[in-house]
Design a protein around this ligand. Structure first.
Ligand code: NAD
Length: 249
């Protein structure tokens, strides 16, 4: 393990599944006590129970629910996210609004709640789960691409304001990771194109990636944990692609 997070407290949104769950395990393994926040209360309980942390059932699109979450955390991982795929002219406005609420407004509210405590303690780590879609666009993902680009901007502002207080803020920007979110997209594309799931992975999802393999959640969690380590104190305002060469092409 590259970091020692003994005595640190972390909060991971969307921590009950996929990349968030891997982050919960990796941060706990590095010594942090972890608050697991998720819409799915049962899975959050299971995730928190497995690492001796705390579970919080919350719909992060509701600002009142965000207000009920702990503010005194040393590490904030803004990870919860959803996808909706549709052409712009058919994109449901309420779905667009919900995606911005979850993936831009909730991280903003959580950051502004956590910063005073981080500033007082002179140390903080904010890690925002962006995506290759925070750096590049794809058709039919208007809400997701807009939200991830917004998150990238928010993360940079937090980096500039937090620097003098010992607080870093960075984005991790993965390509396709093997999680339930991507499983759903594979099913949808297989049905739409009438092709096997394996062909969707190779020919649709990984078309732009140089490495033709889905990324594992643990690999993303490992980078998140490194960003919280003492060695990463000068890394701030960055967006680190973890994408098998997707953005290099
Ligand atoms: P996932 O669907 O496996 O997990 C997301 C978690 O967020 C779930 O546990 C879900 O219950 C929770 N969640 C959803 N809506 C919520 C809400 N309103 N309030 C609280 N919690 C809510 O997704 P994942 O693939 O692990 O994605 C995690 C993050 O990583 C997202 O921000 C996603 O955009 C990003 N990402 C994923 C991939 C990928 O390929 N899987 C690639 C790049 C970026």
């Amino acid at each position: 393990m590259t970091s020692d997070l003994d005595g640190r407290t972390a909060l991971v949104t969307g921590g009950a599944g996929g990349i968030g769950l891997a982050c919960v395990h990796a941060l706990a393994a590095a010594g942090a006590k972890v608050h697991v926040v998720d819409l799915d209360g049962e899975k959050a309980e299971a995730a928190a129970g497995a690492v001796g942390g705390w579970a919080h059932a919350a719909d992060l699109t509701d600002p009142a629910a965000v207000d009920g979450l702990p503010a005194e955390v040393d590490i904030l991982v803004n990870n919860a996210g959803i996808q909706h795929v549709a052409p712009l002219e058919d994109f449901p406005p309420e779905r667009f609004t919900r995606i911005q609420a979850l993936m831009v407004t909730a991280p903003f509210l959580l950051i502004r709640r956590a910063l005073p405590g981080m500033y007082a303690r002179g140390w903080g780590r904010i890690v925002n789960m962006s995506s290759v879609h925070g750096l590049r666009a794809s058709p039919f993902k208007a809400a997701y691409v807009a939200a991830k680009h917004g998150l990238e901007g928010l993360s940079k502002v937090a980096a500039l304001e937090g620097a003098e207080h010992g607080v870093t803020s960075n984005c991790v920007s993965p390509g396709y990771v093997r999680t339930p979110l991507v499983d759903g997209q594979i099913d949808a594309q297989a049905a739409e194109h009438g092709i096997p799931r394996a062909d969707v992975v190779a020919e649709v999802l990984l078309k732009r990636a140089a490495i033709k393999k889905l990324i594992e959640p643990g690999d993303v969690a490992s980078l998140v944990t490194w960003l919280c380590s003492p060695h990463a104190g000068h890394v701030t305002g960055a967006s680190i692609p973890l994408d098998g060469g997707w953005t290099a092409a």
